[in-house]
Design a protein around this ligand. Structure first.
Ligand SMILES: CC(C)(COP(=O)(O)OP(=O)(O)OC[C@H]1O[C@@H](n2cnc3c(N)ncnc32)[C@H](O)[C@@H]1OP(=O)(O)O)[C@@H](O)C(=O)NCCC(=O)NCCS
Length: 401
């Protein structure tokens, strides 16, 4: 496909891979570790990449893979996971990203995949393409020496220290049980485990290699570091399938000698602040979006998840970037939805980016309505829509891509 200025878009071939890696390193300002380079094609096959080429040089790139992602109600949906979206600094703001996304969406639509997802480098770029932030992560810092569990908090035990090399099967097995419960979490391909288990230096940020705690229903991967005269443990991955595992693992993390601070990522509903006597000690340093989602097929996506309450509603969904959208009747009984295009007039209007932000249950419809991003016929319609879409479990990204 030819763009203006003689730039063309085409599918990548294996021989493009070194140039694609170089472009990503230039654009993201880092160098991959060898193990990442060796495993990227296993995660994101190069022949699925789209490249923009100017005078024989690759100046733009996007790639995707199909992911199995959990939705509210513990069902799954297929999603196109987009990665490494890059445009050379010499070719910015000429519409290359826009062209790459137009082509990416056309391919996803042709494959009939109802959702696309990615992790965004900036918050202002992707709303125009129909994406909305769809999970929330809170980066917390805990003054370990002051943290005490409330009297009466269970102490389930069962945690062991372990070597990473001896824990691969346990970690894989627990992750898989966890992701089946957690909206937004993806099945994890072997190539991603290979990278994690190699523990590349780039991931360490000057800290130690990974330490491991295991529990029959959970695990923690963390690193240790001296920082600003403090001994810090930074949790790289915390997965607990049960509340017992959650408490047991936190009890060990917060009882380590010679440790001043624990840093971790929590979802909004993580009970940790309420397990300790002083909830302020679980101090939120930053709060950010984990994954951005975009519904490609409204009926398929909306009928894949379950809902909290019955609902009969007609939505007008605006999707100008794809020249799609329209009116959809959504009927929910006992949690199960039927959704189809309809000629009936709308009860509620919203953009595809907002519907996508609501999809996994991280955000509430009433909040978007307060921000003038949802227009409802009357307050009762908004309340019913808000109740039905609310999730029972906070969504979370499973593995970063
Ligand atoms: C982000 C990036 C891919 C944009 O590529 P680009 O070809 O310059 O983007 P386009 O010219 O197609 O711009 C598309 C639209 O997005 C807007 N846009 C692009 N980058 C933006 C930015 N950083 N902040 C705000 N808006 C941005 C443009 O203004 C344009 O708006 P419009 O078409 O509605 O007028 C490129 O700057 C890049 O590679 N950055 C570093 C790596 C990165 O952040 N990648 C994204 C990973 S998720």
């Amino acid at each position: 496909m030819a763009l203006a200025n003689g730039i063309t878009l085409r599918s990548a071939t294996e021989s493009d891979f070194p140039a694609i890696v170089e472009l990503a390193e230039v654009c993201f300002g880092m160098r991959y570790d060898r193990v990442e380079i060796d495993n990227i094609p296993g995660l994101f096959p190069t022949d699925r990449a789209i490249v923009a080429v100017d005078d024989g040089q690759i100046v733009g790139h996007t790639v995707d893979t199909t992911m199995t992602v959990t939705v509210p109600g513990e069902g799954t949906v297929q999603a196109c996971g987009v990665s490494s979206v890059t445009v050379a600094p010499t070719h910015r703001r000429r519409g290359i990203l826009r062209a790459l996304y137009t082509e990416q969406h056309a391919r996803t639509e042709a494959e009939g995949v109802p959702l696309t997802m990615f992790t965004a480098s900036e918050g202002t770029i992707y709303g125009r393409f129909g994406y909305g932030p769809a999970t929330v992560a809170n980066e917390v810092s805990i003054d370990r020496k002051k943290a005490e569990f409330r009297p009466g908090t269970p102490d389930p035990g069962g945690v062991r220290t372990a070597k990473l090399a001896d824990s691969h099967d346990h970690i894989r097995e627990v992750y898989d049980r966890w992701r089946r419960l957690t909206p937004g979490a993806q099945a994890r391909p072997e190539a991603n485990w290979t990278i994690w288990f190699a523990d590349p230096e780039r991931f360490r940020d000057g800290a130690s290699t990974l330490f491991v705690l295991t529990h029959p229903d959970g695990y923690v991967l963390y690193r240790r570091q001296w920082r600003d005269d403090e001994s810090v443990a930074t949790v790289a991955e915390f997965r607990a399938v049960t509340l017992e595992a959650h408490i047991a693992l936190w009890r060990v993390l917060l009882s380590m000698d010679l440790l001043d601070r624990v840093e971790a990522e929590l979802v909004d509903d993580d009970p940790l602040p309420w397990l300790v006597t002083n909830p302020r000690l679980v101090r939120t340093k930053s709060r950010y979006d984990g994954v951005w989602a975009r519904i490609m097929d409204v009926p398929a996506a909306l009928s894949a998840r379950t809902y909290r309450t019955d609902l009969d509603i007609v939505l007008t969904v605006a999707d100008p970037f794809r020249d799609a959208g329209g009116n959809f009747a959504l009927r929910v009984r006992d949690g199960v939805a039927e959704c189809a295009p309809t000629g009936r007039s709308a009860d509620l209007e919203l953009g595809i980016d907002v519907l996508s932000s609501l999809y996994f249950g991280a955000h509430r419809a009433r909040v978007f309505a307060a921000a003038h991003r949802i227009q409802a016929k009357d307050p009762a319609v908004l309340r019913a829509f808000d109740d039905a879409f609310a999730g029972d479990r906070d969504p979370e990204l499973g593995w970063f891509f």
